[in-house]
Ligand binder design. Structure first.
Ligand SMILES: [Zn+2]
Length: 265
């Protein structure tokens, strides 16, 4: 992930010399006052970058920042913190959605800033004891829906894609039925796929294309499937299907922080 730290440079004519103030583009604070050799070095650096960008076909040469990579004209600059509780959001390089570590809300970076994503937890049916098993890890999946058909595609990558794939394949063959609740959870793995890339997974791709040819778009919903730890595996307790703990990324396998109590109603 490439992060731009935007800065404004305000040149002005000071007492007998060119000078400039550098201002942080996010918080508006002045960060430096440049003059003399420092300002000449900055100008030379910008000129070099401009030249390089112009050679690669960039237009509007001549302006101080012409050709420099810069955000679109009206792109919002956002502090990367939870809009609900202001907690800083963890910056996971591959994450496509961002989970607040404090209030557990899930955010997507949209055109107008951070947008709240619905959180849908899928709880296994009650066991023979009549109790819902206590879930220890929530992994993200997309539920691809068309008509009465549903497919669950992993929204995380994991370290062993084959193991994740095997689990998904077995899961879909079993046509699971869960109890669905709208409630936040602490993710056991980052959401690293967007819905469209999940839909493109083969052989789910074939499924989607067949349905698309028959008419009608596939609806993709993000949901979280509950897992319990059994030895080295994470097991979906309703079906008894497991993913080896080693198939997840290291930090995911150890994400066993306290979670809100599962609602059983
Ligand atoms: Zn929050």
């Amino acid at each position: 992930m490439l992060i731009y730290a935007p800065l404004y440079v305000f040149p002005f004519r000071g007492v007998g010399a060119e000078q400039a103030v550098v201002q942080d583009g996010v918080d508006g604070q002045s960060t430096a006052f440049l003059s003399g050799a420092e300002l000449r070095r900055l100008d030379a650096r910008i000129a070099r970058l401009t030249e390089r960008a112009d050679h690669s076909g960039a237009a509007d040469a001549g302006r101080r920042t012409a050709g420099l990579p810069r955000p679109a004209e009206h792109a919002p600059l956002l502090p990367f913190s939870c809009p609900n509780c202001s907690a800083p959001l963890p910056l996971l390089p591959a994450a496509r959605l961002h989970s607040c570590p404090i209030c557990l809300r899930l955010w997507s970076v949209g055109a107008h800033g951070l947008e709240l994503m619905p959180t849908r937890r899928l709880l296994p049916a009650r066991g023979e004891s009549g109790r819902v098993p206590r879930i220890e890890c929530w992994l993200p999946f997309y539920r691809l829906r068309q008509g009465s058909e549903e497919l669950y595609v992993p929204a995380f990558h994991g370290r062993h894609p084959r193991a994740v794939w095997n689990f998904s394949f077995a899961l879909n063959r079993r046509a699971p039925r869960w109890t669905e609740v709208e409630e936040c959870c602490r993710p056991g793995a980052a959401v690293e796929r967007v819905a469209s890339s999940a839909a493109a997974l083969a052989p789910f791709l074939r499924y989607c294309l067949e349905r698309e040819e028959a008419g009608g778009a596939t609806q993709a919903e993000l949901c979280w499937i509950g897992f319990v730890r059994r030895g080295p595996d994470w097991v979906e307790p309703g079906l008894g299907l497991g993913i080896p703990g080693t198939a997840l990324n290291p930090w995911e396998a150890t994400a066993e922080l306290p979670m809100p109590a599962a609602r059983t109603g």
